[in-house]
Design a protein around this ligand. Structure first.
Ligand SMILES: Nc1ncnc2c1ncn2[C@@H]1O[C@H](COP(=O)(O)OP(=O)(O)OP(=O)(O)O)[C@@H](O)[C@H]1O
Length: 558
């Protein structure tokens, strides 16, 4: 599916059509009421000073507008105020809700999308960890939706109505005001173009800073152990200085924009005053009647904030556009599971690598060149190779976390490229440091659902595998594991990884460095356990040296 800004907005609007319509409708009502207030003050002027304006008489059709006395006028006036309050509240609530819903939809879509992005993208700088710093972009997109579209549409309608109303009192004045609005919009459009470039630069620098901090926090132990405070502080300071300089350029343009907008609107007022003054003096027949003039002035004053807001909207559009383009780039990244999931038992199939060529993107040295091998079902195969020989890459290919650039990986007669990732992974369990534990506690780390019978099995297996561990090191299902298992020893982590893999009862087991980190007694226990299931499962062992204790059918050297 290809995404564009408008396809995202339209899909959202279609799904929330009732909310959007009601919001626009309340907006229209509240704007009409906003205009009626200055008009009704003209009526007050008539009642107080006895003047009458034939133009104001045209508004008689509005219920209760043509109040015979001051008390009835007051009732009418306060009814207007209360109705306006009600509709403004509903309108603002509606706009806020649209913003919240839009941002909820996008962040959920973003999370789903982020989990589905293919693995090779995660290694790329920036994009892979985008979700960690999405909030700024979602905020400007939310603002785009709320203020750049809905409120702006309402404001344009209000300005349109007011210009028509002013034109009704005086046609030429209406035309003058319309022209002023048009010219100021064009001037501001030009200034905003400069703002766009600076904003984009500022965003990218900010993103870079977050990335920088994130990396330092993940590597905090090394940073402390090697006393790297000063160099890191200096690097951060340099980035911070750059960001400050861009920020300065940004606020310079924004300040100019914000100052020029009131100047433009006051300039417009000046032009209008010149026009009103000259028409009152030059042509006595065309002169404004007192009530009309008052209404005109009040109308103009009441739309000034709206006009300022509308003139400022292109900042919102520009910032929103930057964020939309980022979001669309993320949504358009290659994804996994594009093929339909099928429940296929792959445990009884031979796994074959046929002339597989694989190299990581942006590197010119392939990890595998014409790799040929086979893993018969229910066999135990050891893949032996020193560090960097490609053991982890081999696991990635087996799990379809990455795909070969040439050649084929087959599960029996099923080619990996024709199987969805989910289909393959439903058959394969793994114990490897590359697949860390996560969750609040041990139970969550080893079992994903919280059904009671799973709890019993998990408890049994956990106790069984920990029987030779020191009592103080024995974990319970409720023990906290810390962020990515940081509260656990490497031995505890390994035991939990075994629990996680074995509880899934998947037919193919990948075990990277199967006995490392475990004490001798636990190694023996595990070997005994794995041997008892060796004839039912395909065991794929990976290590940098010979693994003792297993009945190995074949050794493949990388
Ligand atoms: N994300 C990556 N981008 C580029 N090159 C990579 C990437 N991951 C691994 N490599 C390179 O691919 C080769 C194989 O790495 P791999 O991690 O598969 O080896 P390994 O046998 O698992 O090593 P170890 O036992 O130390 O984990 C190495 O030369 C490594 O530098």
């Amino acid at each position: 599916m290809s995404y564009t800004k408008w396809s995202i907005i339209n899909t959202f609007a279609a799904k929330n059509i009732i909310l959007v319509t009601l919001t626009l409708f309340t907006g229209l009502l509240y704007n009409v009421l906003t205009i009626l207030i200055p008009i009704s003050i003209g009526k007050f002027y008539e009642l107080s000073f006895g003047f009458s304006s034939h133009r104001l008489a045209a508004f008689k059709f509005i219920p209760f507008m043509d109040a015979p006395d001051f008390n009835s006028f007051l009732v009418f006036f306060f009814s207007l105020v209360i109705l306006r309050l009600l509709f403004e509240y509903l309108n603002r609530f509606g706009i806020g809700l649209i913003g919240e819903r839009f941002s909820k939809t996008l962040r959920e879509q973003l999370f789903t999308n982020q989990l589905q992005i293919s693995m090779d993208v995660y290694d790329k700088k920036g994009i892979g960890k985008y979700l960690l710093r999405y909030s700024g972009d979602l905020k400007s997109i939310q603002n785009y939706m709320k203020n750049g579209l809905i409120r702006f549409a309402q404001d344009v309608v209000l300005l349109g109505i007011v210009v028509v109303a002013i034109g009704y009192f005086d046609t030429l004045l209406g035309v003058i005001i319309a022209c002023c609005i048009l010219i100021s919009s064009l001037v501001l459009w030009g200034i905003n173009k400069a703002l766009y470039t600076v904003s984009l630069e500022r965003r990218n620098k900010r993103s870079g800073m977050l990335s920088f901090v994130n990396t330092r926090l993940r590597g905090i132990m090394a940073l402390k152990a090697f006393n790297k405070y000063r160099p890191e502080e200096k690097r951060y300071q340099k980035r911070s200085d750059n960001l400050y300089n861009i920020g300065k350029r940004y606020v310079k343009i924004v300040a100019f924009l914000q100052a020029i907008i009131p100047a433009i609107t006051y300039g417009m007022l000046g032009i209008i005053m010149v026009y009103v003054f000259s028409s009152t003096h030059d042509d006595i027949t065309k002169s404004f009647q007192g009530a009309s003039l008052l209404v005109l002035i009040l109308l103009i004053i009441s739309i000034l904030p709206v006009l300022r807001r509308s003139l400022r909207v292109s900042i919102i559009w520009k910032l929103g556009d930057i964020s939309f383009s980022k979001l669309i780039a993320i949504f358009s990244l290659p994804k996994e599971n594009q093929l339909p999931f099928e429940e296929i038992a792959l445990g009884h199939k031979e796994i074959i690598f046929k002339d597989v060529i694989f190299g990581y993107p942006d590197t010119n040295k392939p990890v595998f060149k014409d790799l040929k091998l086979s893993i018969p079902p229910q066999n135990t195969i050891l893949f032996q190779g020193k560090s960097g020989s490609g053991k982890s890459t081999f696991i990635r290919l087996l799990l379809k976390l990455m795909s070969p650039s040439k050649g084929q990986i087959l599960y029996g007669d099923h080619c990996c490229s024709e199987l969805s990732e989910k289909t393959i992974r439903k058959n394969v369990a793994i114990v490897s440091k590359d697949f860390p534990l996560y969750g609040r506690d041990v139970y969550e780390a080893i079992v994903y659902n919280r059904k009671e019978h799973n709890k019993e099995k998990a408890k049994f297996l956990l106790e069984h595998l920990q029987q030779h561990e020191d009592a103080k090191n024995q974990l319970q299902l409720g023990s906290k594991i810390g962020d990515m298992g940081c509260n656990l020893t490497s031995g505890q982590q390994k035991i939990l990884m075994y629990c996680r893999a074995l509880l899934t009862r998947k037919p193919i087991l990948i075990l990277e460095e199967p006995l490392k980190e475990l004490n001798t007694k636990t190694q023996k226990l595990l070997l005994h356990m794995l041997k008892s299931i060796q004839d039912q499962k395909t065991l794929i062992l990976l290590d940098d040296h010979k693994v003792q204790g297993f009945d190995i059918d074949k050794v493949h050297y990388f």
